[in-house]
Ligand binder design. Structure first.
Ligand code: UGB
Length: 587
């Protein structure tokens, strides 16, 4: 048939391209026609996928690889010629007048936003079996990260629409998955009715892996278990840009009046505390690119936002990844490398990979680049001659490198907030977290959950409530502060102003208490809590929570992460709750 002929001619085209690019070895072992034809067909199906999922096709991938491998062999540093210095950005203080007015500006803009979650990573450092977005954000309510993210976007949607009078905007939400996470992410959404979001609001974009490279000539590596298959590995979170472009989603968003695209990562349970004010900064400052940052401890596994000035006068403000910051500083006259300054922090703000891009200029840029992002390669050589690799490598890219190709006229800025408010990722397994240098954040399931309670307690304190001091406890070898286990649904406390309106100063919560607020119009007025209280209310209910509540509450039990009789979710955090006694009220 015509389509078969076309297909055959396409295969010939792909084969010629591979031969032109020095990939003859891929066919050397092929037997005569008629033998292993199915496997040969599968080979071309894979080559075709690899070709169509990379901007410029597989030929461009191989050419880029040759160049980057040659640079790596020559020991060329991507930052050669650049001098780093500390950039200046917007520093926000939680709860002050500026913060509150930026939050209001951000909520207003939210109806023009689209959200993008990059969730294609396997989370190798955490070593959790499932997908990370299915992990509980905290185990008091057990709500997973994805549920929290969706509820936060819906709360923003509702608040934003209300501010502008009635509107029917549905904020779009795209999730980038990979072969490692796609099926489980869809299952999580479908089995939970999309956590209340309309299914049409959610778009899944699956990233493809890229071909592995066997040597310095960028010869593609064959799968050791299948000679008709090219070995592949993840290309990194930078794929999100080419996927937004090639799927047409960006154009669609632009045509429906969207102004902002907000990117975020899979396990930061505090992130939405920072979204309204950061979006407010983008809108009021007119930033084309706004990266969120927190004070960074030296050697912390988050990139440093750095001003780079080239000998030829070019400058850019960009993330320098955590493994590159130290060598860059040492090579440019800072013998201590990545070190803390007198504040106890690195002078370079830490990138938390939450980016807010202005959609108009972003889509214009992607029309030129098709979403291709500056790449890097990190081969592990067998010896100092750098002639062979210990195992195959591949090109990688990072979403925060997007500004690298922008002209100097682009308005690229960043916004720094306190880490207690904005950043508590779950990335490290218990053993690695326990080895983190003293004073540096653990980035574990233990610290990620405790950070939620600390942030919520501090927010309530700032709103005027009396919240007892934390106690210090050690779980899985990590010493953490244990604050009252306070948690609320996003539609209750989206912004500081919302919280302040709903919490009156005459309330108190003891350290051993648990407080869950699950409802929109719940006012805490004259509550004195010493135990566990769960308040659930439907949207229509106007609820006042008051009086003295005392019960045995919930106790915290230690769980050893090696104890396989416990649930994995408890083992990775090193504790679980025993619900001894509680008051649960439903309105
Ligand atoms: N991810 C994908 O979607 N696809 C991939 O191929 C790979 C990852 P990691 P990383 O804020 O803590 C980043 O592995 O890359 C998703 C920044 O580069 O958790 O080591 C994955 O699912 C660093 O500058 O982090 O470091 C996850 O959601 C710093 O900001 C996200 O990409 C650091 O994050 C990040 O992947 C941080």
């Amino acid at each position: 048939s015509r389509s078969c002929r076309l297909k055959a001619s396409y295969k010939v085209e792909l084969a010629k391209m591979l031969l032109n690019e020095g990939q003859g070895h891929l066919f050397e072992h092929w037997p005569e026609p008629g033998v292993h034809d199915d496997k040969k067909k599968n080979f071309f199906d894979q080559v075709s996928r690899l070709n169509s999922s990379y901007p410029g096709g597989l030929a461009a991938y191989i050419q880029n690889a040759k160049k980057l491998l040659a640079d790596s062999k020559a020991g060329q540093n991507p930052y050669d010629g650049f001098t780093p210095s500390v950039p200046s950005g917007e520093a926000l203080t939680f709860g002050d007048e500026n913060f509150v007015s930026l939050e209001a500006a951000g909520v207003k803009e939210a109806r023009n936003a689209a959200f993008v979650l990059v969730a294609g990573g396997l989370g190798e450092r955490l070593g959790y079996k499932g997908i990370k977005v299915a992990l509980p954000r905290e185990t008091t309510t057990g709500k997973c990260f994805l549920q929290h993210y969706i509820e936060s976007i819906l709360a923003l949607q509702e608040a934003s629409c209300k501010m502008e009078g009635e509107c029917h905007t549905k904020i779009p939400f795209a999730i980038m998955t990979s072969d490692d996470t796609n099926a489980l992410t869809i299952k999580l959404l479908e089995s939970n009715s999309y956590f209340g979001m309309e299914p049409s609001q959610v778009k899944i974009l699956k990233q493809e892996k890229v071909a592995c490279l066997a040597d310095n000539d960028a010869r593609l590596a064959l799968d050791p278990n299948d000679k008709y298959k090219i070995q592949t590995k993840p290309h990194g979170h930078g794929d999100v840009h080419s996927l937004l472009y090639s799927s047409g989603l960006l154009e669609q968003w632009k045509n429906t009046g969207r102004r902002w695209v907000l990117f975020f990562q899979d396990t930061n349970g505090l992130l939405f505390n920072a979204i309204p004010s950061a979006l407010g900064v983008s809108a009021t400052k007119g930033y084309n690119v706004n990266s969120l940052a927190v004070p960074r401890k030296a050697k912390e596994a988050i990139g440093g936002i750095t001003k780079l000035t080239h000998a030829d006068g070019r400058t850019m403000v960009i993330n320098v990844e955590y493994n590159q910051l130290d060598p860059l500083l040492r090579a440019t006259g800072h013998p201590d490398g990545d070190a803390n300054c007198e504040t106890g922090y690195s002078p370079y703000p830490g990138n938390i990979n939450q980016l807010i891009l202005e959609l108009g200029p972003y889509s214009e840029e992607l029309k030129k680049t098709h979403g291709a992002i500056s790449e890097f390669v990190n081969p592990k050589y067998t010896d100092s001659t750098k002639t062979a690799f210990k195992s195959s490598t591949r090109l990688e890219c990072m979403m925060q490198d997007y500004p690298k190709t922008l002209p100097p006229t682009a308005k690229v800025g960043f916004t720094v907030m306190d880490a207690w408010l904005a950043y508590a990722p779950v990335k490290n397994n218990p053993e690695d977290a326990a080895k983190v240098p003293k004073g540096n954040p653990f980035h574990s399931a233990t610290s990620g959950e405790m950070a939620i309670y600390r942030a919520n307690s501090l927010i309530l304190r700032k709103a005027g409530a009396q919240i007892s001091d934390p106690v210090v406890s050690t779980f899985n070898g990590q010493e953490v502060e244990v604050w009252p286990r306070v948690t609320w649904s996003p539609r209750w406390g989206l912004t500081f102003k919302d919280v302040k309106r709903k919490v009156h100063g005459n309330s108190s919560v003891s350290q051993r208490s648990v407080l869950v607020i699950n409802g929109r119009n719940v006012v805490i007025d004259g509550l004195s809590l010493d135990g566990a209280l769960i308040v659930n209310s439907v949207d229509e209910a106007e609820v006042k929570v008051t009086g003295h509540v005392e019960n045995k509450g919930w106790t915290i039990q230690h769980v050893d992460h090696r104890d396989t009789s416990e649930m994995e979710e408890s083992r990775i955090r090193g504790f679980k709750f025993e619900k001894v006694e509680q008051l649960e009220v439903n309105y």
